[in-house]
Design a protein around this ligand. Structure first.
Ligand SMILES: *Cc1c(COP(=O)(O)O)cnc(C)c1O
Length: 402
């Protein structure tokens, strides 16, 4: 293990981002493997009885059981923490495990949280249906409006939760302003950063306390596994999240951790190339659809904020077309190259109609309130040649009579 320095923070913290992406979180075994090993094991054995006794007592480092530690999963956690600039990270079974664990490990009966209303559908199910059953009160607000956050604060408010940009409405939250407000009131801020990934937006630099991920999206980036991650202070991760997770069990399998770990090595390259392709496609679509929602174009109402807090505006955006659901479905059915899929962040370009898929479990009122209209379509731009994507969209729009 002489030259394997990927687990030593005093060394990795000196590395620049591109080096961290391929070298941080590398624990090389005595075999000297270049690619990180996959440890498919649920348990561990010990040389003597005293060793596990010391580990269980917290007096010696080392593995005890797969629900608490696995070397492959820990390599992933170390790499994500280094890339994010966080003290600590804990991998999760999925993005939703990351969101729900973050809320449940921190909030108690009698607490109140505020959520930016334009959030991922299952996240809203947790805040609207699950948390109230445990006596946790939730107020959804228009995340774009700092006065709405301010007005919703109560003496028992413990958490602000937001996505930026939100999926699929592309509403942005002013991360620095909202986090500064929370700090004044001792409120923990949680940012769901799945849409852009840490390659294109770094919420911790704007004051967020916790960054939660669906690693299923750009981190894996090739549509293979479900995974999640939560980054934050060592205190939050080790004293709040870890006890919750090791006792309730939403842990990431080592195979999935390994896939995401390898995905991270190309995250920055993919995220940048896909964002550039998205810009090319968005510029073409701007003249062809009724409304385009892309934070990278001056037509987006929060363009200036996007310039301030995003490294690049990302590879996902939405558009509204005339003719509602019928026209939206006709457009999808006319596509020849782009896939109809509710997934995003993949190397393949994917498109979906949110009102009838990702947001279909919400009532039309909640959907309308969030801005998920019947004519809204979301596109996740991949790594194909953008000219091929433009030609496919052009012929599909024409076929759908748009
Ligand atoms: C996909 C997604 C999630 C949930 O992630 P899973 O890995 O599918 O559980 C949460 N938040 C956002 C913004 C997402 O896009």
């Amino acid at each position: 293990m002489k030259r394997s320095t990927g687990q030593d923070r005093s060394i990795t913290s000196k590395w620049r981002p591109a080096t961290r992406a391929v070298r941080a979180g590398t624990w090389r075994s005595e075999q000297g493997e270049t690619s990180e090993a996959m440890f498919i094991t649920s348990g561990y054995s010990y040389d003597d009885a005293e060793t596990p006794a010391a580990r269980f007592a917290g007096q010696a480092p080392g593995m005890t059981y797969g629900r608490t530690q696995n070397p492959t999963v820990q390599m992933l956690e170390e790499r994500i923490a280094m890339m994010e600039g966080a003290e600590a990270c804990r991998a999760q079974a999925s993005g939703m495990a990351a969101m729900s664990s973050t809320m449940l490990c921190y909030l108690s009966a009698g607490d109140h949280m505020i959520i930016a209303r334009a959030a991922f559908g299952p996240t809203r199910w947790v805040t609207d249906n699950l948390l109230p059953r445990f006596g946790i009160e939730v107020t959804p607000v228009d995340g774009r409006d700092i006065d709405a956050w301010k007005a919703a604060i109560q003496p028992n408010t413990k958490m602000f939760f937001f996505e930026s940009p939100a999926n699929p409405t592309m509403d942005l939250v002013d991360i620095a302003a909202v986090c500064a407000l929370a700090k004044e009131h001792g409120i923990l801020t949680v940012c769901d950063n799945a849409i852009t990934s840490g390659a294109l937006q770094k919420p911790l630099e704007f004051g967020a306390d916790v960054v939660a991920y669906s690693a299923t999206k750009l981190m894996d980036g090739q549509g293979r596994v479900l995974a999640g991650a939560v980054c934050g202070s060592a205190d939050f991760i080790n004293n709040k999240l870890l006890p919750f997770q090791r006792n309730t069990g939403p842990i990431l399998a080592p195979f999935n951790a390994w896939v995401v770990h390898k995905g991270l090595e190309t995250l920055e390259l993919r995220a940048n190339a896909q964002a550039d392709n998205a810009m090319t496609v968005a510029r073409f679509l701007e003249g062809r659809v009724s409304r385009l929602l892309y934070p990278g174009l001056p037509s987006h109402p929060q363009f200036e904020l996007a310039q301030r807090q995003m490294i690049k505006p990302g590879s996902v955006f939405s558009m509204e077309i005339a003719g509602g659901r019928k026209a939206a479905h006709a457009l999808l059915d006319a596509l020849e190259l782009i896939d109809i899929s509710n997934h995003f962040g993949d190397t393949k370009t994917l498109m979906c109609h949110n009102a009838s898929t990702t947001h279909s479990s919400l009532t039309p009122e909640v959907r309308g309130n969030m801005g998920v209209t019947e004519g809204l379509l979301r596109i996740s731009v991949g790594l194909e040649d953008p000219q091929d994507l433009i030609e496919d969209l052009d012929q599909a729009l024409t076929k759908a009579g748009l």
